[in-house]
Each structure stands twice: as structure tokens, then as C-alpha cells.
Design a protein around this ligand. Sequence first.
Ligand code: A3P
Ligand code: MG
Ligand code: MG
Ligand code: MG
Length: 355
Amino acid sequence: MAYEKELELALLAVQRAAILTKSVYSSHSKGTLTKTDSSPVTIGDFGAQALIIASIKSAFPNDEVVGEEDADDLRANPDLKNLVWDLVQQAKLSDPAAQDKIGGPIKSADDMLKALDGGASEGGNKGRIWALDPIDGTKGFLRGGQYAVCLALMVDGVPTVGVIGCPNLPVDDKAPLDSKIGTDADDKEGKGVLFGAVKGQGATSRALTDGKLEAPKTITMSPLPDVAQATFCESVEAGHSSHGDQADIARKLGITKASVRMDSQAKYCSIARGAGDLYLRLPTSKTYQEKIWDHAAGVVLVQEAGGEVTDAYGKQLNFGIGRTLKENKGIVAAPKAVHAKVIEVVKEVLSAKKD
Ligand SMILES: Nc1ncnc2c1ncn2[C@@H]1O[C@H](COP(=O)(O)O)[C@@H](OP(=O)(O)O)[C@H]1O
Ligand SMILES: [Mg+2]
Ligand SMILES: [Mg+2]
Ligand SMILES: [Mg+2]
């Protein structure tokens, strides 16, 4: 099968990084810094990015990576660097063959910084470029909610392999989805899911482990004969998408169920496995550009589970023009059969706002 090696590498690399993020999640000190755009970053984000880029470079040394983080803060702060280096050394897959497949341990703190800085690609529509979000939903990660480790391979600008680890999602694909899932979540037994998809080959889920990969199950979106019955997902953070516009859209579609708010690409994962139906992300500002690492993996997953993902105006997402989706505004993900209907209503709501 095409991209078999890339998929396995991505699944194992995400699984190893999740060992690190889980250890930070359950510890009191998360080494949180505030970035220049006022968003948070933790030692978990740095450590997970270094581990995953080292894995990619061990198997595919010529591939580029667009990663969210870089090593500047760690180079400027040796104590923080040492904290991350300790975590990185402890994060090992328990199965030696699996650990070997992702290149074994990172050899030194300098190599860790180099790996972390390996995510500086400017992106584009030529060749093989990975999009990496080491912790998506950092605010959820800090709040005790959902978060996700997200990795996608783009080929000539098209998301082609997508892998997402969700340490706080229930393993059961049909576990009821309600808003508590974003606030009561933790990584106790029965939690932790690893999703994977390759373009043209379908989407899967399996339990997230700390060693070998579990056997995958095929996942698909729920059939949704009547859009009024939909469960729709949205961000917890009101600054990341417009809760007001999303409520208007839901009302116009006849949806009466309350929205399910959860952080991170766990939203894409939840609709891909049929636990929810729609994901609405309407812009809160005219200037914000969505980042490719916030969507690339989730888009492959939803497409392969029978869904369609476009921007809020129904336009195809263009992942091949740099580190952001600058040609697009907002995100709408829905089962193929109802996507056009949802876009019609989204456009109505957006145009009513303009005047
Ligand atoms: N004004 C804004 N509009 C949309 N997304 C934003 C935003 N500011 C930050 N984000 C992105 O929202 C992501 C989280 O999405 P969600 O709300 O679905 O959990 C963040 O990812 P990180 O947590 O990886 O930084 C960040 O990239
Ligand atoms: Mg961030
Ligand atoms: Mg993100
Ligand atoms: Mg992130």
C-alpha cells in the first residue's frame, strides 16, 4: 500500500510523543511560557515537537517539516532546556522494535534543539512536507481538557497522511459526546485514542499505547439523513471561533441539541468516528490566518471517513501556499451529503453580518 511506511512512522512517532505529553499533563509544573502572539506554550509542546521531528528525520531525512514551535526559548533559558531534555530522555516506546523504527532515542540535548528547530519549513506545493502540531489545544491541555498530537504528510501541497493522538478521548468510538468530554477528561483507563488515515485508503482508530501499535478499526462518519438531528462541535475558546455565528447557523439548520465544545483536533476525530456530525469554526477576526498544522491531519481523517472540509464559504482549503491557510476563512467539516446545505446557511449568516 502507498504510504505504508509513512503511516507507521507517524503513528509510532505520535505515540511516543504522547508518552511525554501525558507525563506533563499529569504533573503540576508544565513550564508554561507566553509566546509573542500571547498564546501559551509548555515544555510538553517543545518536547513532543523535538521527538517527532527526530523520528521523521531518521526515516525520511530529505523531507521538510512545518512545525508550530522552535527552540529559541530553550536556547535562551538553560533551565527550561534541561527540563525538556529530561522529559525527552524518559519518553521511550516500551517495544524495542517500535522504538528502533522511529530512530531510537535523541542522542544529546544539542540534537534535541536541532530537531526542535527542524520545523521551520515555509511550506509550499512541491514535494513532501510534514505539518506538525506537537500539542494542539494547548489551552485545553492546561485546563485539563482535550488536546491532540497532530502530524500530517502533505505531498505537493495536498494532505495525504494524517495521524492524531488524543490522550483524553474515550477509546470507544461510540462513547456519547457531550460537552463534559472537554472538561472532565483525563487520561485514566479507557482513554487515549490514536487515529490514522491515508488519502484513498480510509480512516482508522485504535487505542493509544506506550509500545507496539494496536490493531486498527475502520471508522466512518455517521449517516445523517436529517441535518436538524446533527451534533455539532466547536472550540471551547470563544476567541478561536465565533460561538454566536455558530449558534445562528445551528438554529437556521433546525439543530436543537446543544453544541459540544472541545479543544483541539479532537473535534475532527470525533466527527470522523461518528461521535458527532459537524465541526464549525467561524472566524472571530478579519485578519487571523488559520495555521496549516491546526487542520492538515484532521482534514485527511474526515475526508477518509466520508466527510467534506472547506472554508466557511465552501472554498477548498489550500495547504500549499505557506505556513497558513491565507486564502481561506474559517472551517466547515460535515458529512458529504449535507455539506452543501451547511455552507448555504453559513453564507447566509455571514452575509447578514456584513451590513
Ligand atoms: N484567533 C484565532 N482564531 C482561530 N484559531 C486560533 C486563534 N488563535 C489561536 N488559534 C489556534 O487555535 C488552536 C486551538 O484550536 P481549538 O480552539 O480548536 O482548540 C491553537 O492551536 P494550539 O493550541 O496548537 O496553539 C491556535 O493555533
Ligand atoms: Mg500554540
Ligand atoms: Mg494547534
Ligand atoms: Mg500547538
